[in-house]
Design a protein. Structure first.
Length: 205
């Protein structure tokens, strides 16, 4: 059974960047529903024993189009939110270190340049979706954006996300209204780059 990631902070632990009501609604309602619907669809499709990354990478093996759509939407919603919530922190670690920092400097020139790229992608995503920093098994990095609950895995890129920026309105509208740029800027203040770096090393192997 797929389970929501356990938060390492209280529902008010990310204030003022993300308010308590947004966490309670976003995590407690939206993410919980994606998780329930994923479990229901995975059971019906006979894929409940798969790892979520494997499931999203092999959606074409599901012949029933309705179940495939349910798995793509709810499996993406489950995976994307697990990553998003797990890489935020009330403690801070707001700059990359180690191998990830070195790779960011090599690939993008600097951490500030990476932030600019991610911000452009997040603000440029029309409607609901995500911006990503992803890695592959060779240690390369890629930035991208996806609509709805898609991600680089379900899109077949060969990259696995290590950082997610949620730009669905339910992620920020209670506090920031239509000011997506303000939300994205504040989100960088509570990203835990220690955890993001651990994600990078896991994928790089």
């Amino acid at each position: 059974m797929f389970e929501q990631v356990k938060l390492n902070y209280a529902s008010d632990g990310l204030e003022p960047q993300i308010d308590k009501l947004t966490i309670e609604t976003h995590y407690g309602k939206h993410h919980a529903l994606y998780t329930k619907n994923l479990n229901d669809a995975a059971e019906k499709a006979g894929v409940a024993d798969k790892d979520i990354e494997e499931l999203l990478a092999t959606l074409d093996s599901v012949s029933d189009e309705g179940l495939k759509k349910a798995l793509r939407n709810n499996g993406g919603g489950y995976y994307n939110h697990n990553l998003y919530f797990s890489t935020l922190s009330s403690e801070g670690n707001d700059t990359p270190v180690g191998e990830l920092k070195a790779k960011i400097d090599e690939k993008f020139g600097s951490f500030d340049a990476l932030k600019d790229e991610l911000t452009k992608l997040a603000l440029g995503q029309f409607g609901s979706g995500w911006a990503w920093l992803s890695a592959d098994k060779n240690g390369d990095l890629m930035v991208s954006a996806s609509p709805n609950q898609d991600n680089p895995i379900s899109e077949g890129t060969g990259f696995i996300p290590i950082l997610a920026i949620d730009v669905w309105e339910h992620a920020y509208y209670l506090n920031y209204k239509n000011l997506r740029a303000d939300y994205v800027a504040k989100l960088f203040e509570i990203m835990d780059w220690k955890i993001i770096g651990e994600n990078y090393l896991r994928i790089k192997g």
